[in-house]
Ligand binder design. Structure first.
Ligand SMILES: [Zn+2]
Length: 271
């Protein structure tokens, strides 16, 4: 029994010793490992960009105070599963959006960082397509404006040509009119000359004495007649220029024939 008891006591002692050693190890281990409580967490992203492309890995900096605080309790929180947040960094995933990330350890929370994710390649392609569309529209608009401007210029040019032609035509008509006017004036001049000379300023009303047109001597006819005074003249007679135009006539008939018509020869040129 004693032996047995002794043996039992040995067993108890051994167990107690192992237990003590284990506890001691835990205590020593606890003392050696840096297990201080986290007091602050600072989260930052080097070269932070306002917008990140999709499927991009973003490196992060996490600094925990105190320096020997345990980091095993850190949790990496993102408000959406589209992006992945871990101790190694952030993966932006393939969904556009604005996401927030932060780190917690117990009741200690880091600053919150916003990550804007966009499909930059798609946006660039979209922007490029938009720019191309705008350029095409601009070119079409410019072509239309050019065509319209050219049409206007053509119309204006044609109107100008038409006006110019009309003006030329009018000018030609004017000249014709002027020429006929001149003839009219000449005729009027001759017509007016007789009455003007018929009533000269000196009061004489004798056409024969006051009219003087040497041109009346230039005739191929044999005789010049005064149809009023019924006189027959040689064209060279000095009385011929003085015959009033309304009384002036020429004839190739013989003197006898004219005499038979009531004419008599001039006393000056038939001497
Ligand atoms: Zn005569």
């Amino acid at each position: 029994m004693v032996k047995k008891n002794t043996k039992e006591n040995d067993m108890k002692r051994k167990t107690k010793g192992i237990m003590t050693a284990a506890i001691a190890l835990v205590i020593i281990g606890s003392a050696l490992l840096p297990r201080e409580k986290v007091e602050s967490i600072e989260l930052s992203i080097p070269n932070y960009k306002p917008v990140y492309d999709i499927n991009t890995d973003i490196p992060i900096d996490i600094s925990v105070l105190p320096e020997n605080a345990g980091t095993g309790s850190l949790e990496y929180i993102s408000d959406d599963d589209s992006i992945t947040f871990s101790s190694t960094g952030i993966s932006t995933g393939n969904k556009e959006g604005s996401y927030t990330v932060y780190v917690v350890s117990g009741d200690i929370k880091s600053d919150t960082i916003t990550i804007n994710v966009a499909d930059i390649t798609a946006r660039e392609e979209l922007a490029k397509a938009e720019a191309e569309r705008e350029a095409a529209e601009k070119a079409a608009r410019e072509a239309e404006e050019k065509a319209s401007r050219e049409a206007e210029e053509k119309a204006s040019r044609e109107a100008e040509e038409k006006a110019s032609k009309a003006a030329a035509s009018n000018a030609s008509t004017d000249q014709t009119q002027k020429s006929s006017d001149n003839q009219g004036e000449n005729t009027n001049g001759q017509e007016n000359a007789a009455p003007a000379d018929a009533n000269p300023p000196d009061g004489s009303k004798n056409n024969f004495d006051t009219y003087d047109n040497a041109e009346q001597q230039n005739t191929e006819a044999a005789y010049v007649l005064n149809t009023s005074s019924k006189k027959i003249h040689h064209p060279s007679c000095r009385s011929v220029p003085k015959i009033a135009p309304e009384n002036y006539s020429t004839s190739n008939q013989s003197v006898d024939e004219l005499v038979n018509q009531g004419y008599s020869t001039c006393g000056i040129c038939f001497k």
